[in-house]
Design a protein around this ligand. Structure first.
Ligand code: NAD
Ligand code: MG
Length: 397
């Protein structure tokens, strides 16, 4: 890691975006920010822009562009609004791009950044779920790379020795189990959005928090791991580890298992993605294993958490099935957060959407189109079908 690096943060006002800028503040990282982008939080975006003085600040919600302009008048920071402007910001060719938009909305900007050969620090797991192989190939062809930020994939990335990648027996993705790990199905049926977003270990955005509660987060991560590390689903296991200290493991064919440990703080995997293969010194919280006493493990309950099996099936089906699953899940999570469906309706809405798309041949949509167009066609079709199911059964339970 030498000299000043140019950086763009996509989704700078979210949980990962804020942690990224905080890490820059607290560490010796030398950065010049090219662009910051946000969805709707214009107040925080303007505050960040005044602090970091990027060349460009972009708000995806065009209705808020005027407010952003007013807040940044005289600052020397250029402003822009709309989804296309977010893509343009991503394509400015920064040395390092943090991809931390939530949902499939992150796909077009992430692909645009990959095309310029930037190093992509990938938090936005939905983009790799929607178009993983294409994203990795585009980054490789442009001379860039994708470094995972998701803590499990960062862990595997750190302990997976390239020389013996062909000797991997299993990837073991650890999962906290979320806020409902010990709840009965009857309790889960009555779970509120407030309870679902109250994660025991991690502080995160609302969507990923609900995904952690349903364990669809682990399902998305299984797809992410399969694409990132070229591992079939049969060699990826999920292990519940409520303390979230072991972030994931790689088991080799000689019986040796390597794990990466750390406190549940996303700034550590972000630091890893920034400095790799070097290490970024910063006053990180440290593990105190003696004080902790014990680390525990259990098998996931596939009855209460069907999302893991849904994701495994989508990964095995291949093609655009993971993109369809992701879109249906985004619709279902938004409906749950809007109190339109119950917590236990989320997984069935996703699996019903996938079955209906399969029946209609819709999973073939976009085959032959570019990765972005194909994924977006399937994404739109899955959103339509899931929304249609919602409108016909406004109250599921
Ligand atoms: P968040 O909701 O806190 O932040 C999302 C960011 O994206 C915000 O800046 C928001 O303004 C922006 N955004 C939302 N919709 C947008 C749109 N349509 N166009 C442009 N920008 C938009 O989410 P988060 O928790 O920071 O998660 C971001 C991504 O990182 C997700 O894909 C999540 O799965 C992944 N991730 C997060 C964590 C975590 O600890 N928070 C851990 C691992 C992976
Ligand atoms: Mg994770």
């Amino acid at each position: 890691m030498t000299g000043v690096r140019t950086v763009t943060v996509l989704g700078s006002t979210g949980s990962i975006g804020v942690s990224t800028l905080d890490l820059f503040d607290k560490s010796a990282a030398e950065v010049e920010i090219l662009a910051l982008t946000a969805g709707r939080n214009v107040a925080l975006l303007a505050e960040q822009a005044l602090r970091w003085r990027p060349k460009l600040a972009v708000i995806a919600d065009e209705d808020r562009l005027e407010e952003l302009r007013q807040r940044l008048t005289g600052s020397g920071v250029a402003v822009a609004g709309g989804a296309a402007a977010v893509v343009e910001a991503a394509a400015m060719g920064a040395d390092w791009v943090m991809s931390a938009i939530v949902g499939a909305a992150g796909l077009a900007p992430t692909l645009a950044a990959a095309r310029t050969g930037s190093v992509i620090a990938l938090a936005n797991k939905e983009s790799i779920v929607c178009a993983g192989p294409a994203l990795l190939e585009i980054a490789r062809a442009a001379g860039g790379k994708v470094i995972p930020v998701d803590s499990e994939h960062s862990a595997i990335f750190q302990v997976l020795a390239p020389d013996c990648a062909h000797r991997v027996a299993r990837l073991i993705l650890t999962a906290s189990g979320g806020p409902f790990r010990t709840w009965t199905r009857a309790q889960m049926a009555a779970a509120t959005p407030e309870q679902a977003v109250a994660h025991p270990n991690w502080s995160m955005g609302a969507k990923i928090s609900v995904d952690s509660a349903t364990m669809m987060n682990k399902g998305l991560e299984m797809v992410e791991a399969s694409y990132l590390f070229g591992t079939p689903s049969s060699r990826i296991d999920v292990l519940i580890h409520p303390q979230s200290v072991i972030h994931s493991m790689v088991e080799y064919e000689d019986g040796s298992t390597l794990a990466q440990l750390g406190p549940p703080d996303m700034r550590s995997p972000i630091a890893c993605a920034f400095a790799w293969p070097d290490r970024l010194p910063w006053p990180a919280p440290r593990l105190d294993l003696a004080a902790m006493g014990q680390l525990t493990f259990e098998a996931p309950d596939v009855e209460r958490f069907p999302a893991i099996a849904i994701a495994r099936a989508a990964l095995d089906a291949g093609g655009r099935a993971p993109a369809a699953m992701n879109a249906a899940n985004e619709v279902a999570v938004a409906a749950f957060l809007d109190r339109k469906i119950g917590f236990l309706d989320i997984a069935p809405l996703v699996s019903d959407t996938l079955s209906r798309m399969n029946g209609l041949g819709d999973l073939q949509a976009g085959v032959g189109d570019s990765a972005l167009e194909g994924a977006m066609m399937v994404d739109a079709s899955a959103r339509r079908i899931a929304a249609d199911a919602l409108s016909r059964r406004p109250v599921f339970h």
